[in-house]
Design a protein around this ligand. Structure first.
Ligand SMILES: Cc1ncc(COP(=O)(O)O)c(C=O)c1O
Length: 409
């Protein structure tokens, strides 16, 4: 079955035709502004990426080849976590991570309601209860006060609060210092879903070191993406690393034919590791470029709409550049940009508790009003390291015109 090219690329309203593929591989030209330009990155990587793939084709170790170990070493060196364990996807990483943290049947695991579905999905699939908490409007990340209200609610309903999956939405690390205080007071673990934030930092510490266990995704559109599915887990704990590595390989023990826990086939392919090694070498430079582009958007749009706020003690990996508009104008602005052939996306047009399988799960006291409001007001603009200045100027100019028109100007 065909899979969506991105998390949840929002279909246009009936009557509008899609003129831009959100994960485009086509080069930018007068008529085409890609939302994410993987082709420009490929051009920069040049023959190196093809040689890296060819080396795997030559040595033939398509599973557990030498590039896997090399990638894990380099990922761990890059982010400073003692262990990096590669795996098949960001969702696999979440699933392996939850098991390794000891999540059990009917445990309450807290998760923000404004996000991609994956973290809630793995909680529910493991037989735990996802308890949905709200987010902070200007960072899009888990609201510590709502987490406290979620814990109260879970306890009142006889659930055992066990941990929280904290998501660094759009690339900015969540408020781990505040969340960790709450977690410590209630004896919870925190797991960081850094699918969108690998490469970011908080108080000088890189994502990967901010909680006991961090997961990431190498889905092609992520700040560090491969050419297919991939993911990784980061931890300083030898015990967790051993358990994750075993579960990734069918719960294997000391030898290949002994199985000591229930696992899965959760491995990353060697070819994807070879691709990631090439891309990791330019990630630092790409992050600088993303930051420059974000700064230009803020300068060009900050007087008109709510642009993302990055806390002074944090950096973002800028997986998305997401602005907030007035509820009444969001769709009109999007349609105008679409007519101008400027691709946009809505991450996320539906809060988790409004997706059919999640309507019945518990919600923090006070409800999820911010998640609901954001679902109606956010709009993500083209963001990738290779967005050229003149194209970005065009986007800014047309965005300003679209907003002025929507406001009757
Ligand atoms: C926040 C978040 N968590 C988890 C995932 C799942 O990653 P994957 O698609 O690699 O399974 C994604 C996106 O794809 C995501 O955006």
């Amino acid at each position: 079955m065909a899979r969506n090219t991105l998390d949840n690329v929002t279909p246009l309203r009936p009557g509008l035709t899609a003129t831009a593929n959100v994960l485009s591989t086509a080069p930018a030209d007068d008529r085409h502004i890609p939302f994410i330009d993987l082709q420009a990155q490929r051009k920069r990587l040049g023959q190196g990426i093809e040689d890296a793939i060819a080396r795997v084709l030559d040595h033939g170790r398509f599973v557990a080849g030498p590039e896997i170990d090399e990638l894990e070493d380099q990922l761990s060196a890059w982010c400073g976590a003692r262990y990096a364990i590669s795996c098949a996807s960001g969702t696999t990483a979440l699933s392996l991570g939850l098991s390794a943290l000891g999540a059990k049947y009917r445990d309450a695991v807290f998760v923000p309601a404004f996000t991609f579905v994956s973290p809630a999905e793995v909680i529910a699939r493991l037989g735990c209860i996802p308890v949905l908490v709200d987010v902070v409007e200007d960072t899009f990340n888990m609201d510590p006060d709502s987490l406290v209200r979620g814990i109260q609610m879970a306890e009142e309903h006889g659930l055992t609060p066990r941990g929280a999956i904290v998501i660094d939405l759009f690339g900015q690390p969540a408020d781990y210092p505040a969340l960790q205080k709450i977690a410590t007071a209630h004896d919870l673990w925190l797991m960081a879903d850094a699918a969108q934030s690998f490469g970011a930092s908080l108080q000088g510490r890189n994502v990967g070191q901010l909680t006991k266990l961090t997961t990431t995704s190498f889905f092609p559109s992520k700040p560090l993406g491969c050419y297919g599915d991939g993911g990784a887990i980061f931890t300083d704990s030898e015990e967790i690393a051993t358990e994750v590595a075993s579960r990734r390989q069918h719960g294997q023990g000391d030898d290949r034919m002994t199985h000591v826990r229930i696992g899965m086939n959760g491995r990353l392919d060697t070819i994807q590791a070879a691709v990631l090694l090439e891309k990791l070498a330019i990630l630092g430079d790409e992050l600088k470029k993303r930051n420059r582009i974000a700064a230009r958007y803020a300068e060009g749009l900050g007087d008109l709409v709510d642009v993302p706020t990055i806390a002074p003690d944090r950096t973002s990996a800028w997986a998305q550049y997401t602005v907030r508009l007035k509820r009444a104008e969001r769709d009109q602005v999007r349609e105008a940009l679409e007519r101008d052939r400027i691709p946009t996306a809505i991450y996320y047009h539906t809060a988790l508790h409004h997706h059919a399988p999640y309507t019945g799960y518990p919600r923090a006291h006070g409800g999820l009003p911010v998640s609901e409001m954001l679902a109606r007001t956010v709009l993500s603009l083209p963001m990738h390291p290779y967005l050229e200045t003149d194209l970005q100027d065009q986007i800014i100019e047309r965005f300003r015109t679209a907003v002025a028109t929507a406001r009757g100007g």
